[in-house]
Design a protein around this ligand. Structure first.
Ligand SMILES: [Zn+2]
Length: 188
């Protein structure tokens, strides 16, 4: 295989690198901005046929605000992609969580199992491998990776991820679940 065809078959998903999940945000993840150099390095690498950034985007009355602090509310700064992200090299912003009544940790389907048709779009582009980075390992990254693994060779690039880790086992449990589902966990 030539490098061109490898690139043609690969997509990068950058999950929820948004102000509210970074330091100072309403649902801040510790040291989240430390992933930016790695994530930006992947975005501008030229290794991918398509680079997609997901954006958690909720109406003011979103159902998830019963479980979580209000975050990523439409038309707020918190919902915007972090200014440190190399967004000029992102091909597409993929929004999720817009339905007030349904949350969506995963980019491929919402928490009620309704497809977003992202997988169809990637398959139509000839994508076979999906690399995933972003926030947070134990929620949206993990869920997106598990969904991706149903259709694609899926790799989670751990230096480009941070987790919430509300309970000590949450991150290790999600890593184990991903491994079991055939997701390749890449350490470096
Ligand atoms: Zn959310």
């Amino acid at each position: 295989m030539t490098s061109t065809t490898q690139k043609a078959g690969r997509a990068l998903l950058v999950v929820d690198v948004q102000n509210d999940f970074m330091e100072g945000g309403t649902l801040a993840i510790a040291n989240a901005s430390a992933i930016l150099p790695f994530v930006n390095g992947r975005i501008v690498s030229g290794d991918y046929a398509v680079v997609i950034a997901t954006q958690d985007l909720h109406p003011e009355n979103h159902v998830s605000f019963g479980n979580w602090p209000a975050h990523c509310v439409q038309f707020t700064r918190g919902a915007e992609l972090h200014p440190g992200l190399a967004r000029d090299s992102v091909d597409l912003i993929w929004r999720k969580g817009l339905d007030a009544k349904v949350d969506s940790y995963g980019a491929f389907e919402d928490n009620q199992g309704r497809s977003s048709h992202l997988a169809d779009l990637l398959q139509a582009r000839g994508i076979v491998t999906v690399d995933i980075v972003g926030l947070a390992t134990d929620y949206c990254v993990g869920t997106t990776a598990l969904q991706s693994a149903e259709r694609f060779h899926t790799r989670v690039l751990l230096p480009g991820c941070r987790g919430v880790g509300m309970n000590r086992q949450d991150i290790p449990d999600m890593l184990a679940k991903m491994r079991l589902a055939g997701v390749e966990l890449v350490e470096g």
